[in-house]
Design a protein around this ligand. Structure first.
Ligand code: PHE
Length: 364
């Protein structure tokens, strides 16, 4: 292995030979050093500040040069060291690309393979139905209002004219937030059972006339089956102004149902009860599947019940400081999954929540 020789002869020719020997040795060792470890060792042997071969050149050639030759030797040693350093740097870069090349040689990219196709998402059928409903009402001049899913007893029940302990509360099996006993009943939290509390929140914030729809998620303590889900969506509507009549309610809902299910569908209004509307109605549409003749979806009746509605009860106006003597209004609420089931002919509400791609892909 190469060692830096002591010099006796400091003539230019002798220095040239010594420098050429050194560079030849360096090149040979650089070429032989394969692998990161061997290369580090090589680098250290030549470049180390303390006792590396290039440092030894300083000691053995420059420092021992006789006085008159020092200048000449110094210049040569300097350019020799520069050249040696450049060689080491080049060898280092070469070693790095060599490693990459070796790695790539073991890899094959087949650019003719098909790529991974990422399917485009589509809107969920429930949201699609909700969007369609919203656009029907927006065209009639309604705006959209939203409210919280965690509500107080006051907004979900009391201000909607369900007094504490009123049996009508039992029609909406409520999920209550625990640990609320220390609060006054009206402040206790629950998961809203319908979107009707947004009626109250809207009237608290807006002066009449009011025309809003309130889409959103609601919760009930119902066991899941083909027609029930503990979480579902409703679309609420509220219209308040002077001289709003039951005729306006009928016309509005009739138009909305025809927009959704085609101009051939008829609407039917039958008396019902809700604490916050008086009179109250259940609204059915003629079965869009059989045209009213009777089939499985309409249970042979020719009609499908889709909405609850009614004229706003004057007591409700009392809770929001609306003048019940001057104002009148109507409200309605519908189950969005129900409508989506009708629109897309889905016979099990649970399908909307399973997240089964085979079901959802049909809406792409
Ligand atoms: N909130 C009622 C329900 O969920 C529906 C409804 C809304 C009825 C508005 C009348 C007026 O059952």
């Amino acid at each position: 292995m190469y060692t830096v020789p002591k010099l006796e002869d400091f003539s230019p020719a002798a220095l040239d030979t010594a420098a050429a020997d050194l560079l030849a040795a360096l090149k040979a060792e650089a070429a032989a050093a394969s692998g990161a470890e061997a290369f580090a060792e090589f680098r250290n042997r030549w470049m180390a500040r303390k006792n590396g071969l290039l440092t030894q050149v300083n000691e053995l050639w420059l420092k021992s040069a006789p006085g008159p030759a020092k200048r000449e030797v110094g210049q040569r040693v300097n350019s020799l060291k520069q050249e040696a350093e450049a060689l080491v740097t080049a060898a280092e870069a070469e070693a790095a690309t060599g490693a990459l090349r070796a790695k790539l040689a073991g890899e094959r990219v087949d650019i003719s393979l098909p790529g991974i196709a990422r399917p485009l998402g589509v809107r969920h059928p429930v949201l699609r139905t909700l969007d369609e409903l919203i656009s029907v009402f927006v065209k009639m001049g309604y705006s959209v209002a939203e409210g919280p899913e965690v509500e107080t007893d006051y907004y979900n029940f009391e201000a909607l004219n369900f007094p504490p302990n009123h049996p009508a509360r039992d029609t909406q099996d409520t999920l209550f937030v625990s640990g609320q006993e220390a609060k006054a009943q009206r402040d206790r939290l629950l998961l809203r059972t319908h979107t009707s509390p947004v009626q109250i929140r809207t009237m608290e914030n807006l002066k009449p006339p009011v025309r809003v729809i309130c889409p959103g998620k609601v919760h009930r303590n119902d066991a899941p089956d083909a027609t029930h889900s503990p979480v579902f969506h409703q679309l609420e509507g509220l219209c308040v102004d002077t001289n709003i009549t039951f005729g306006d309610l009928k016309g509005t809902l009739d138009h909305a149902m025809k927009s959704m299910f085609g101009s051939a569908v008829k609407t039917s209004f039958r008396p019902s009860f809700f604490p916050f509307t008086e009179p109250s109605v259940e609204v059915s549409i003629s079965c869009p599947f059989c045209g009213g003749k009777g089939c499985r979806p309409c249970k042979q009746s020719g009609w499908i019940e889709l909405l609850g509605a009614g004229m706003v009860d004057p007591n409700v106006f009392g809770f929001v400081n609306y003048d019940a003597k001057k104002l009148s209004g109507f409200a309605f609420g519908m189950g969005v999954e129900r409508l989506a089931m009708m629109t897309y002919n889905v016979d099990d509400i649970q399908q909307f929540f399973y997240g089964d791609m085979r079901f959802l892909e049909q809406f792409a």
